[in-house]
Each structure stands twice: as C-alpha cells, then as structure tokens.
Design a protein around this ligand. Sequence first.
Ligand code: TRP
Length: 321
Amino acid sequence: MRILSGIQPSGILHVGNYFGMMKPSIELQDQGEAYYFIADYHSMTSLYDADLRREYTRQVAVDFLACGLDPEKSVLFRQSDIPEHVELSWILSSVCPMGLLERCHSYKDKIAKGLPTNHGLFAYPVLMAADILIYDADSVPVGRDQKQHVEVTRDLAAKFNQTYGETFKLPEPAIREGVEAIPGLDGQKMSKSYNNTIDIFGDEKATRKKVMSIVMDSRTREEPKPDAEENRAIQLIKHLASDEDYAEEVEKLKAGGYGYGDLKKRLFELYWEYFQRARDRRAELMDNQDYVDSVLKTGAQKARSIASQVNQRARKACGLE
Ligand code: TRP
C-alpha cells in the first residue's frame, strides 16, 4: 500500500499539526510505503516572504524528523524538488470543471472571511490532486478539513481516465477519528489563522504563559465540574497524557477542590514531558543541518523516480508525447 500526505510550510508547527497530521503519518510509516512532502508550492497561495518560506520548509523537515519520522522507512521530500507536480496540475486543470472548485469549502471559507483570494488559492485542489495522483497513492491520511480535496482528486482521476483512458489510480482518504479538531487556546480548532496555537517546540517560559492564559469559565476552585470532559484544557490533556492520567484529571475536576489554575499547570507539565524526547532530537538535528539536507535530497530522488514515470504516463495518454 502506498501512503502519501503533505504538510504546508506556512508557519511554525503546532500541537494541532502534530496530532492531526504528523503523528498519524509517523505511525503509518510501519504500515506501507509512505511518502510525505513539504508542500512549499501550496504555501505560495498565502505566504509571500521568500526567506520565511525557506525557513519554514527547513523547520518542517527538522520537526518531522525530530518527532520520529524515520527516513529509512518513509520518503520525506520537498514538493518543489519535483516540478512534475506542476505539469500534472496543468494537465488535470483542463479536465476540471469550474463548479468542482467553486464548491470547495476551504476556498469558500476564505471568501466568506473576506481574505484576499488569488488564482492559486482557487486552483489549490488541482495541485493537490496532482500531488496525490503522481505517486499512484492508495491512501491519503489527512484531517477532516482536507477530505473534500481528496474527493476532488478522485473526481479528477476518474474524469481524466474517462477522457483519455485508464491512467490514474483512485486514492482513498484516511481520516483519523478523534484528531480532526484539536482544540486551541480559545476552544476553536487549533489553527495558525485563529492565532490560538501551542507550538510543538515553543520556548518553555512563553509556552507556560500561553497555557496559563487559557480562558475558562468563572467557577471557583472548590466547585465540582461535572462537565469536565468538555473542558478545552482537558481535551488537550487527553492527547498528551496516558489514559490513566487523563482519567485522574477528569475525576479531580468532577470532585471539586481542583481549580483551573491547577489544571493548566498540569497541562503544561504533560505537554513539556510529551515532547521532551523530540526536543532533544531536534537540538541534535539543528546542529546537523547537512544530515537534514541529505534526507531531503535522497527523498527527492526517490520521489522523482516515481513522479516522472506517472507524469509520463499521463503525458502519453493525453497526446503530449
Ligand atoms: N492541503 C493540505 C493541507 O493544507 C496539504 C497538502 C498539499 C496535502 N498536498 C497534499 C495533503 C496532498 C495530502 C495530500 O493540510
């Protein structure tokens, strides 16, 4: 089974990225042939700073490796090292009805929020389809917000196959239950655009301060809190703690005599502990940038050998060769 997923280098990675995309991807590396890429072409629709793009791209590679991505098992690469993605994207765009893209939630949401739009943002799902189809991927682990894009990918594959003959494999989205919305500091989905994130590798003091600033209701320390499971700090603890530790925190809140300050302190401790090994590994990687470069280079070679074959298959099918 070939697994493929991508992550945008559009900012410093946060705990929502970790549980939503990175951790499931890292776990899947033992279950198939896994290809993970840093979607730097995609980041161009919203990030307009060249130095930052370079820096975030490198950070994603470092962070992914620090968190346990094993380059012996998975292929890690940078999207723009494989320019065939862009050619295939053009090929697919000519079998893509406008309506299909006009219906995409992520695009509609951006319009609804009044964010500036551009053609790249509109065509984003077509590039994503090319990313997936160019590796003959079977399974695409993504967050629920990306499911529609995988459906567009299937539609475009089918449309192309119908027009030019059997060329592409139809991929399946693999949505992990329970991680579709990691709550942020304000209880909304953790997202850079909501400014409610906890960075995976944030500075100790600043992160503690952020965690302690989580806004709760006004119940006192003494009051029992029967709705403990709904608490946003508890929902984060659920991901960061063992089942027993999580249950213990829930019990304490329900019993009363355990306040939100206590809870937030515990949340910070659990967070800090959870990422300690990754933090150590990351420090080593930061001192060994040549290694990171070599991982990306080898990854690009492996990825390109597949991408160029599949792209050629598509070029032949539609009469470009
Ligand atoms: N759109 C995805 C996101 O923002 C990133 C992405 C780009 C991707 N291409 C992909 C994910 C292909 C899976 C497969 O999260």
